[in-house]
Design a protein around this ligand. Structure first.
Ligand SMILES: O=C(O)CCC(=O)C(=O)O
Length: 300
């Protein structure tokens, strides 16, 4: 499967999500699964704040309730060199147009027999509200998924409204995960069980959820996000739920930057991933450098 039909495209933009069968081969899924397994076992990205638990990390990195490893391709470049990524990019271009480009990838791990859910949220709620992110997320389960082990669920049409009010899970400012606190009707949720090789696609603003894992095996997933070049948001908006949080992940990011740990690989990635054709990225980059210089001179 390398393209989607016009009616699938229409259905995606009407509902904000789509279930796509047979996108990956079983061998591609097995490869993803073994790479994800290894990176999670090695705790890749933990010191840089890229590996974290959606829930408070009181029990340390060994017993996450819902672990997310953001940017695993920073640690295993071959993830982005696969035919699967090219296939997914072609579908992203059908949905977003020819300017769609890779944004990020993630592994998710939900242990066996956990009551931890991936709470209802819109991915856009995690972003900087001053920036417009027009993204689509391809979510591949790395084993079949159903209601038993936490398949995805979506609220149709939720991408057409605003970003709804979110808060840290259970109101606890130490949780990395956010939950949408109101403004939607649970009765409208559409459950999307998937077979191996299938994926769901959702827009950055589509409300989604994945239930607990009541099975005997861990539930793994891999997501690929593609988006249009970022631009300044045309609305004035604030996401106050991202303020005053106390995230252990942020402390690790800070410590790792202060220790200049992995600075050269970080800089190399930034230079390689920078969107040179987008003037807005140059503006954001210049602000960032100005903030850095200001921080250094005031610290002296
Ligand atoms: O795998 C999960 O439980 C959550 C995935 C998710 O929320 C996402 O990819 O946006």
């Amino acid at each position: 499967m390398t393209t989607i039909s016009q009616s699938q495209c229409g259905s995606f933009w009407k509902d904000g999500f789509l279930r796509l069968p047979d996108v990956a081969t079983h061998s591609e899924v097995q490869t993803l699964r073994s790479v994800g397994d290894r990176l999670l076992r090695e705790k890749a990205g933990f010191t840089e704040g890229l590996l974290f638990d959606f829930y408070p990390e009181g029990e340390g990195p060994d017993k996450p309730k819902l672990a997310q490893l953001h940017h695993p391709s920073h640690f295993e470049r071959s993830l982005l060199e696969s035919e699967l990524v090219h296939r997914v990019q072609r579908v992203a271009m059908q949905l977003l147009g020819p300017k769609a480009r890779f944004v990020s990838d993630s592994f998710f791990h939900k242990p066996a027999h956990t009551d931890a859910v991936t709470p209802w949220h819109q991915d856009e709620a995690f972003t900087d509200p001053r920036i417009e992110h027009r993204e689509v997320n391809f979510w591949f389960p790395l084993q079949p998924v159903s209601l038993v082990n936490g398949c995805m669920q979506f609220i149709p049409g939720s991408h057409l409204g605003p970003v709804l009010q979110h808060g840290p899970i259970g109101g606890d400012p130490t949780t990395h995960g956010l939950e949408c606190v109101n403004g939607f009707d649970l009765k409208e949720a559409v459950v999307c069980p998937l077979e191996l090789g299938d994926c769901t696609i959702h827009a950055g603003r589509t409300l989604h959820f994945a239930g607990p894992n009541n099975s005997d095996a861990p539930r793994y997933a891999y997501s690929l996000v593609f988006g249009l070049p970022r631009r300044a948001s045309r609305e004035v908006r604030t996401f106050p739920w991202n303020d005053n949080r106390h995230l252990s992940r942020d402390e690790r990011v800070h410590d790792s930057r202060r220790a200049q740990r992995n600075f050269w690989p970080y800089l190399y990635r930034k230079v390689r991933e920078f969107d040179y054709t987008n003037p807005y990225e140059w503006r954001l980059g210049a602000h960032r450098v100005a903030r850095l210089i200001k921080g250094r001179t005031t610290a002296k």
